[in-house]
Design a protein around this ligand. Structure first.
Ligand code: AMP
Length: 299
């Protein structure tokens, strides 16, 4: 039985940051998110990979206990190339090769259809919709996306937003989607569309949680070593939904905690390329950094 399901991409990434120029890294939204969720709960992945996915990438996911029953292997793997300047809050997409993603028609294994906690990670919104249609009684659906889908599939994305409980955007995406500079206005407009909660991430500067008449301002973690922010958004989302699945509590105060757990794993993720840092950390490391978050915002 899986506690949480995650739909998204399995990627082979080429990443350039001021700290390295790396090729053929394991990436993809479903990969980062399921790995992060697995610190708290049993995650099942819904995705498509190519037959060219290196075997060590698949083994890494299996070793983490991630269920791959919802993953199809077909054709050529999804590929993404991106680069970052010294301000690493914004990725520049150099190339997106959708490849096998173009043939993907997600069919949830029967046990996944009972999942209570669902992360619609960054992928084509028409595929996110297909997943929603197959769910039996979800308790909480979290939606993530990126500028690529806002540019190319905005109408479909709007349909998905209306069906989810929590919408997750970064500040740039929120401004692009709602055509205003004010993140407060973005939050309000997003809430009017249907979600009960809206989270706007501000890169290394933290995240805002908006709900009816309330808001929470989560701090960012002051990182000393930052090598590659790829996958931080996905790791945030995965850590968030994993913690909710573990605690089975969807109240606003618990969502605040889930945001700090998500931020904690995202901050570790940025310390190295691909999943290198996430592979090394334990739940104790996460708990210790969570405590630091508590301490440094007390006044
Ligand atoms: P993040 O840095 O959290 O936004 O996510 C980066 C990951 O998203 C990379 O590992 C990519 O493989 C993956 N990715 C890049 N572009 C897309 C896209 N258009 N749809 C889904 N996943 C993508």
């Amino acid at each position: 039985m899986v506690d949480v399901i995650v739909i998204g991409t399995i990627g082979i990434d080429d990443i350039k940051t001021p700290f390295g120029d790396m090729k053929n890294l394991l990436g993809g939204s479903a990969v980062y998110a399921s790995h992060a969720a697995s610190f708290f709960a049993k995650a099942g992945m819904v995705s498509i990979a190519g037959e060219d996915l290196p075997v060590e990438h698949k083994e890494l996911l299996e070793k983490k206990g991630i269920c791959l029953k919802g993953v199809e292997f077909k054709g050529k793997n999804f590929r993404w190339a991106g680069s970052y300047e010294f301000d690493m809050n914004e990725a520049k997409t150099l190339e997106t090769g959708l490849n096998s993603l173009l043939d993907f028609d997600p069919k949830l294994p029967d046990e996944y259809r009972n999942a209570k906690y669902v992360l619609l990670g960054n992928i084509d919104p028409t595929l996110q919709l297909k997943v929603i249609e197959q769910l039996r009684e979800p308790e909480l659906i979290l939606l993530d996306t990126m500028n690529f889908w806002i540019d190319t599939k905005k109408d479909d994305l709007m349909k998905v937003i209306k069906k989810v409980d929590v919408l997750l955007l970064n500040d740039g995406e929120a401004r692009q989607l709602f055509d205003t500079v004010s993140l407060v206005k973005c939050g309000q407009q997003a809430l009017h569309l249907g979600p009960k909660y809206v989270i706007i991430k501000k890169g290394e500067h933290g995240a805002l949680l908006f709900s009816d008449g309330k808001h929470f301002n989560a701090p960012g973690y002051p990182l000393e070593v930052l090598k590659d922010p790829t996958g931080c958004g996905d790791s945030f989302a995965g850590g968030f939904i994993g913690y909710i699945a573990k605690t089975k509590d969807i109240s606003e105060p618990n969502l605040r905690k889930a945001i700090i757990y998500g931020s904690t794993i995202a901050s570790f993720n940025a310390e190295d390329f691909s999943l290198e840092k996430q592979k090394q950390i334990s739940i104790d490391d996460i708990e210790n950094r969570f405590k630091e978050f508590r301490e440094f915002r007390e006044f």
